[in-house]
Ligand binder design. Structure first.
Ligand SMILES: O=C(O)[C@H](O)[C@@H](O)[C@H](O)[C@H](O)COP(=O)(O)O
Length: 225
């Protein structure tokens, strides 16, 4: 397989260029449609992209933002991906965007799934999806060895599922393979030599062992040292 890989001289260039690309794709979609949906990862890598994106001049009031996955913790918990978004993305110009919070406060993510499937439905297909990747080749909360990985990777998977995995510290809620890979524009953000190495290995692996593999045929991968 050939992966579309964009290499940047440094992380700052990557953040600026990727934020610009995402903003252009959202703006272009808004020229022909009433609304657009941006799906973003949690984790630590995307914060600089979010910072740039939040100051970008697009019609954010017509954009809905959703995470690709959320950790089942309160919104003010330090591991909450929503907390990260509020700090780095949903501010400045992007404060005008609507936000679908995957964390509903229910006792477990399983109880939230049906409601979230309904909330997400009017926003599909996702206009722009940005994915991260862990060194274990998970993306969103599609972890190798996760309890419902096979179901979440299936072509008929519901768009949202609850999932648990050893590599994840807490129960998770995640968007599934079909809804992520059906995005109009799909990007993967990875940084550092270890992730570059993992990406190379993933290309020759089964998606159930290396879930990121399922997206590499259609995504643009953005990398900086
Ligand atoms: O909530 C999460 O854990 C994520 O959404 C996850 O899929 C993340 O993108 C990768 O684990 C990379 O995380 P880092 O950017 O922190 O390496």
């Amino acid at each position: 397989m050939t992966v579309e890989l964009k290499e940047y001289p440094d992380r700052e260039m990557l953040a600026l260029s990727l934020a610009d690309r995402i903003a252009s794709q959202l703006a272009q979609h808004l020229r022909g449609n009433d609304s657009a949906t941006l799906c973003v990862p949690g984790g630590t890598s995307p914060a600089p992209v979010f910072e740039t994106l939040s100051g970008t001049d697009i019609e954010w009031d017509r954009v809905t933002v959703v995470l690709g996955d959320e950790r089942w913790v309160d919104g003010d918990h330090k591991r909450s991906n929503s907390r990260l978004l509020r700090r780095h993305l949903l501010k400045d110009k992007a404060a005008a965007a609507s936000y679908i919070d995957l964390y509903t406060g229910d006792a477990s993510p399983d109880l939230a799934v049906d409601g979230l499937v309904q909330r997400l439905a009017p926003h599909l297909p996702l206009t722009v999806v940005l994915l991260g990747m862990g060194n274990d080749m998970h993306t969103a909360s599609l972890f190798p060895g996760a309890d419902h990985l096979q179901a979440a990777m299936a072509p008929d998977a519901p768009p949202v599922m609850a999932i648990r995995a050893e590599g994840a510290e807490e129960p998770r809620i995640t968007l599934t393979r079909p809804v992520l890979s059906d995005a109009i524009n799909l990007h993967v953000l990875i940084m550092g030599p270890e992730k570059r190495d993992a990406l190379e290995r993933a290309q020759h692996m089964d998606p159930l062992q290396a879930p990121i593999r399922a997206f590499l045929d259609v995504a643009t991968v953005h990398w900086a040292e």
